[in-house]
Design a protein around this ligand. Structure first.
Ligand SMILES: Nc1ncnc2c1ncn2[C@@H]1O[C@H](COP(=O)(O)OP(=O)(O)OP(=O)(O)O)[C@@H](O)[C@H]1O
Ligand SMILES: Nc1nc2c(ncn2[C@@H]2O[C@H](COP(=O)(O)O)[C@@H](O)[C@H]2O)c(=O)[nH]1
Length: 211
């Protein structure tokens, strides 16, 4: 039963757990495609070019934007981030679902990109801002001033929660992962009902039942 690929957007304030949830969802469904973003920020220890991000200079980033190669792009925490367009369009046509880890600006742009009929968006909230800061610190990846800047922007990001189809309060990571799997399963069934079941039901109705 054919259907076009879904675009699954995950947004949250920095540190709420998007990357952790994305990783768990992709372990559950290896066919899910993660959209590798382009960024001008420096790699963190252990981050691999082409796997976590495409790490590019500001000039290279600008060239991609000017060539209309970005589905969306935004400035986040003083760096540029963007989603390469061609792999997303290929995945949609191939019926492959794509997962995006983008901020609210990216979420808005993907929704209004013209590919909007295939979008499911999920906002991840932390249980508290105190816990959010604890997670950013315990991740051990960012300097104290970077963490302070991200905490300062967290309320801005959170103020966009109502633009999303679903909201998960990520307190228990196992529970949040199960919620995410449930959302994806239900949305896939919904898309199948909308686009892929017509021929199946016609065949079913015409089936000769052996006596
Ligand atoms: N439910 C949870 N309970 C406790 N710790 C968690 C939970 N979810 C994620 N974490 C931890 O919090 C830290 C931040 O998580 P993660 O890197 O997934 O956040 P993020 O939203 O992707 O951040 P960013 O937007 O900066 O990329 C990590 O160390 C992760 O292991
Ligand atoms: N609009 C976009 N936002 C993106 C993209 N890729 C990541 N992000 C968001 O940036 C922040 C910071 O990420 P970090 O890896 O530096 O911690 C986070 O909120 C991401 O969701 C993108 O392509 N477009």
């Amino acid at each position: 039963m054919d259907r076009s690929g879904l675009l699954i957007i995950l947004s949250s304030p920095s540190g709420a757990g998007k990357s952790t949830l994305a990783r768990r969802l992709m372990e559950w469904d290896p066919a899910l495609r993660f959209s590798v973003s382009v960024t001008t920020r420096a790699p963190r220890p252990g981050e691999v070019d082409g796997q976590h991000y495409w790490f590019r200079s500001a000039d290279e980033f600008r060239t991609m934007v000017e060539a209309d190669q970005m589905l969306e792009h935004a400035e986040v925490f003083g760096n540029f981030y963007g989603t390469p367009r061609p792999p997303v369009e290929e995945a949609i046509h191939a019926g492959r679902d794509t997962l995006f880890d983008v901020d609210w600006q990216g979420g808005q742009q993907i929704r209004t990109s013209g590919l909007g009929q295939s979008v499911v968006s999920i906002f991840v909230l932390p249980p508290s801002l105190t816990e959010l800061e604890r997670r950013l610190i315990s991740r051990g990846q960012d300097a104290p001033e970077v963490i302070a800047g991200r905490m300062q922007k967290s309320r801005d990001e959170i103020s966009h929660w109502a633009e999303y189809d679903y909201v998960i309060v990520n307190e228990d990571i196992d529970k949040s992962t199960e919620d995410l799997k449930t959302i994806l399963t239900a949305e896939r069934l919904r898309r199948q009902r909308q686009t892929g079941l017509g021929q199946f039901v016609r065949n079913l109705m015409e089936e000769e039942v052996a006596k």
